[in-house]
Design a protein around this ligand. Structure first.
Ligand code: HEC
Length: 160
């Protein structure tokens, strides 16, 4: 069974960042609900991560969510400074905009969030792959409620 990528891992990251700072902040109690990328998430990335290098160093990559968590942790060790809210927003941005998604393995919750499709359509993706795995973007677009334009825009993040 596939588990959503977020949750415990993100809380551990916030705890690790709190630990890396000289003034230990309490770990955030919960994550914001997953939704469309909020412009403020991108602003947090630019403010915190853009302090040392251009953010296209980040935009050029697609990684697993676990690898992004590790990247952020290592940048905090190098001295990246931000509030818990900023780090939470950065995690949200990385998850919704730069995280790799294997549609034949991911949890329905991750499929819905990362493809930006309704939960019912993500469930339909999971049901379909149980009988036949997806092999291409065109194949994925045959599922009701999965618009091909939306897939095209996310192409580099989608794997099979
Ligand atoms: C205190 C300075 C600093 C801040 C702030 C910072 N970085 Fe970095 N980052 C570096 C340095 C130095 C390098 C290049 C050294 C290296 O690649 O080992 C780097 C390289 C990178 C790379 C390319 C290398 C890799 O890991 O693939 C990525 C991606 C990256 N940073 C992401 C981030 C993200 C995301 C943030 C915001 C959470 C961030 N950085 C904030 C210092 C910083």
């Amino acid at each position: 069974m596939a588990w959503p990528m977020r949750g415990a891992a993100a809380l551990m990251l916030l705890a690790a960042i709190g630990f890396a700072r000289t003034t230990a902040a309490p770990p955030a109690a919960h994550l914001e609900p997953i939704g469309d990328p909020d412009p403020k998430d991108r602003q947090a990335l630019v403010a915190v991560c853009g302090a040392c290098h251009p953010v296209n160093l980040i935009d050029d990559n697609v990684r697993s969510y676990a690898d992004w968590q590790e990247t952020v942790r290592s940048m905090a060790e190098r001295g990246a400074k931000g509030t818990d809210e900023q780090f939470e927003r950065i995690s949200n941005y990385l998850y919704l905009s730069l995280t790799a998604l294997n549609v034949n393995e991911a949890a329905a919750e991750d499929i819905a969030a990362i493809l930006g499709i309704p939960a019912a359509s993500a469930d339909a993706v999971v049901t379909r792959r149980e009988t036949r795995k997806f092999a291409s973007i065109a194949d994925l677009a045959t599922v009701a409620g999965v618009p091909s334009g939306q897939l095209e825009a996310r192409k580099r993040r989608i794997g099979f």
